[in-house]
Structures are given as structure tokens and as C-alpha cells.
Design a binder for this molecule. Structure first.
Ligand code: NI
Length: 145
């Protein structure tokens, strides 16, 4: 039987929704106050779900500390308390939470081959932007921004 493990992380960052291919007026029409010149911040929650079999020796689906190390190295260190518009991992993308979700999935996808996580597969990434908005991407989707 497959067990799904979801781990929740806090991520605080700023951004501004702005597409440089559009005029200022078009950006305002599309993104509203999210296009305000000096940006704004969010206290995001990032949820990472992995799936696997329960190890008969440990009774666990994966090593939580190994998962924390991976998420920290790939996501929290580069993104936390940063301006997302300037983070190299998101270059070229409007920093919507949809795109943030996809970028996080791509960054974590390969890391699970790490020695302590090779028994699980990445199932999904969910990012909560506000109490009213959350976005989720499944790992079986197509890769890349
Ligand atoms: Ni925003």
C-alpha cells in the first residue's frame, strides 16, 4: 500500500506581478494591485507530498530530516526572505504562485534520488499564498517553466 506524506514549510518572500512584454497599462489591467510598483510580500506555506511504501524496519515512508534538508537546500535557502523577481530559479517567469509552484516541483524532482529519499517519489507540491488562495501541481505533469 502506498502512503502519502505531506510536510509543510513556511516561506516568506516579496514579488511584483509584471510582464515586461506588456505595457504598464496592460500590466495594471491584468494584475491589478499585484502590479504596484514597489511590490508586496506573502507569508507562503509550501507543502511537499511524497509517496512510498512503509519501510518494514523503520515503520516510516521516508527520512523526514532528509526531506527537510532537500527542501531547505533547493527551496528555502534560495527563496526565503528574497524578492522572487530576482531569484535566478524563477528568471523569465512572472512570479505568480502558479509559476512558483511549478518551479518548486522542478527543483525538488531530481533531489529525491538522494540516498535517503530514493524509496519515495515526489507526488505533489502545494503553495498557499493567502488563506483564500492555494495552488497545487502534481509531479506527473510536464516539467519546466
Ligand atoms: Ni502577491
Amino acid at each position: 500500500v502506498t502512503v502519502y506524506l505531506t510536510r509543510r514549510y513556511r516561506l516568506s518572500a516579496s514579488h511584483r506581478l509584471h510582464d515586461p512584454r506588456l505595457s504598464d497599462e496592460e500590466n495594471r489591467a491584468r494584475y491589478g494591485k499585484c502590479n504596484n510598483l514597489h511590490g508586496h510580500g506573502h507569508n507562503y506555506f509550501v507543502e511537499v507530498t511524497v509517496a512510498g511504501k512503509v519501510d518494514p524496519h523503520t515503520g516510516m515512508v521516508c527520512d523526514l530530516e532528509a526531506l527537510d534538508r532537500l527542501v531547505s537546500a533547493k527551496v528555502l535557502v534560495p527563496f526565503d526572505h528574497q524578492n522572487l523577481d530576482l531569484v535566478p530559479e524563477l528568471r523569465g517567469a512572472v512570479t505568480t504562485t502558479e509559476n512558483l509552484c511549478r518551479a518548486i516541483l522542478d527543483l525538488l524532482r531530481d533531489g529525491l534520488s538522494h540516498e535517503h529519499l530514493n524509496a519515495v517519489r515526489l507526488d505533489r507540491v502545494r503553495v498557499e499564498e493567502t488563506p483564500r488562495n492555494s495552488f497545487e501541481v502534481a509531479a506527473d505533469g510536464s516539467p519546466g517553466i
